[in-house]
Design a protein around this ligand. Structure first.
Ligand code: ZN
Length: 256
């Protein structure tokens, strides 16, 4: 099943288009549908609802707009830890992207002064499945101070695009993941290269925090970020990021 938000309303993505869920008695608010994922999946399998409108990708909005918690994991691919000069963590390096930074799969990324970088990531959606995300990061604030802190520099407005939809059709443990910048592939890996895999991360986080339906886990980025290049490369106005995970989908975000 693929659950999307079209102009903010809950929709299923099916062959030939989308199904508006409010017209079938489900909530039009995406978070309320995510909380009823099992019921919704059973209904969709039993009734196979027909598309009521074409899929217009430009109208897709954030599929998980108001999670109670957004976890993010740093340095979770060995090659990425190496390119940043950091040791591979012995426990998941956990921070948050404050939920107000979340955005949709076609939204622009509003650049801020400093050094803004890309990080394609698999994002787990508690109780539902997974989606694609960009953990957009401003490296100057991220690396200011000792010890450095991650959360604020990764939570500027619009720094957390996710989408294009939430799906349970992909096995998150081994998926091809990539990011292209203006058509050039800058990141390409598999989620099986994670230091701590999806099951381990959920067990670790759930051992501390009460995980709720729709909570998000950004699972870390593969190598190939701008910070790891010589010279470093930062996002510029007009740049287009295309973020893809197989069996999930693709996001297209333009920087401005
Ligand atoms: Zn990240």
């Amino acid at each position: 099943m693929r659950l999307a938000a079209v102009d903010g309303r809950s929709c299923l993505v099916v062959a030939g288009g989308v199904v508006d869920l409010a017209s079938h008695g489900f909530p039009d608010e995406p978070m309320a549908c995510l909380a009823r994922w099992g019921e919704l999946a059973a209904w969709a399998a039993a009734t196979e609802p027909a598309a009521t409108a074409p899929l217009v990708e430009a109208r897709l909005t954030c599929p998980v707009p108001r999670p109670t918690q957004v976890f993010a994991i740093g340095l979770n691919y060995r090659a990425h830890a190496e390119e940043t000069g950091a040791e591979v963590p012995s426990v998941p390096l956990t921070f948050t992207k404050f939920p107000s930074c979340l955005a949709g799969p076609r939204d622009d990324i509003p650049l801020v002064p400093g050094s803004v970088d890309w990080e394609v990531e698999l994002v787990l959606v508690v109780g539902a499945g997974c989606t694609v995300g960009q953990d957009v990061s401003e490296r100057q604030l991220q690396r200011a101070g000792r010890p450095p802190q991650f959360s604020l520099a990764k939570s500027h407005r619009g720094f957390g695009p996710i989408g294009p939809w939430v799906t349970d059709e992909a096995d998150p443990r081994d998926l091809a993941i990539s990011c292209a910048l203006n058509g050039e592939v800058v990141q390409a890996s598999r989620t099986s290269d994670m230091v701590f895999g999806p099951d381990e991360l959920l067990a670790h986080l759930g051992g501390v925090c009460d995980l709720r339906p729709g909570d998000l886990v950004f699972t870390g980025t593969p190598s190939g970020v701008g910070m790891g290049r010589t010279p470093p490369r930062w996002l510029q106005p007009g740049d287009v990021l295309v973020s893809t995970i197989e069996h999930i989908g693709t996001m297209v975000n333009r920087c401005r």
